[in-house]
Design a protein around this ligand. Structure first.
Ligand SMILES: Nc1nc2ncc(COP(=O)(O)OP(=O)(O)O)nc2c(=O)[nH]1
Length: 263
């Protein structure tokens, strides 16, 4: 899953793709680089981010979704707002990615009637305050329980089980320790029975482990994507698609079981 942030303030590429044609070109480039899905968002959810007004988010996102859909690019819309979900679904998006886990009033209803895939992510608190002092008794158990409850709520509303993807939400109300526990617990999250999406690309977790600034986190992000897949992730949400796709192709190629030597 490639990332197209149509925003002014995203933590790693804010402003680069705020202009519609630049966002569309970036989405097309990510598809050429091997992305299976392009995640289009119009509101930064970085720690401390403030919400974007609905009309502005629609203005940013929908033209990009429409253009990419016209070019047969599978598109995911990254939004918390039911109105943006509905508009993006009308525009033909293939997935609705909600970092708020479809908890907003009307969010589940917005996707229940569609055939699109949905990604429900765990977030403790809100972007503006979530990193102030995140606390858990047992982060893996609590995130697993939340994601299971969200999946059941979506299925109860009519969303097909095979359309549901779950995401532990790295960096969304988590300390480094919480992120590490969730990463090591990916096999348990995958055992919930739904595809797991992992988004750690260029994030603080990578910076904590490498000491690198945001602009120098490609290698660390690629390593994390490989390990996420090895630990059971079915989707990885990345900014650096070409590098990640190449690494996954080599990993898969080298990882395939070698046929036993003929007797
Ligand atoms: N499902 C899912 N969606 C996400 N959306 C945004 C971000 C934050 O990354 P980015 O979009 O690059 O930054 P910003 O929120 O500042 O635009 N992370 C995730 C994630 O981990 N999982």
């Amino acid at each position: 899953m490639g990332v197209v942030n149509v925003t002014a303030d995203s933590f790693s590429d804010g402003g680069l793709f705020l202009e519609t044609t630049r966002a569309i070109d970036h989405g097309l480039r990510l598809r050429e680089e091997g992305a299976d899905l392009v995640d289009v968002g119009g509101e930064s959810t970085r720690p401390g981010a403030l919400p974007v007004p609905l009309d502005e988010e629609l203005r940013r996102v929908i033209p990009v979704v429409e253009a990419l859909v016209r070019e047969n690019v599978p598109v995911s819309v990254d939004t918390l707002k039911p109105e943006v979900m509905r508009a993006a679904l009308d525009a033909g998006c293939a997935m609705v990615n909600d970092v708020n886990g479809f908890r907003a009033p009307g969010a589940i209803e917005a996707v229940a009637a569609s055939k699109a895939a949905v990604c429900a992510m765990h977030m403790q608190g809100k972007p503006a305050t979530m990193q102030a002092d995140p606390r858990y008794g047992d982060v893996l158990a609590e995130v697993a329980a939340f994601l299971s409850e969200r999946a059941l709520a979506l299925e109860a509303a009519g969303v097909a089980r095979e359309s549901i993807v779950l995401d532990p939400g790295f960096g969304f109300g988590k300390t480094l320790e919480h992120n590490l526990a969730l990463f090591r617990g990916l096999p348990r999250l995958a055992a919930l029975g739904y595809p797991v999406l992992v988004g750690v690309s260029r994030k603080r977790l990578i910076g904590d482990l490498t000491g690198r600034p945001v602009a120098e986190r490609v290698a660390g992000s690629v390593a994390a994507a490989l390990l996420a897949v090895q630990n059971g992730a079915s989707l990885v949400r990345v900014h650096d698609v070409k590098e990640t796709v190449d690494a996954l192709r080599v990993w898969l190629g080298l990882n395939c079981p070698i046929a036993p030597p003929k007797k």
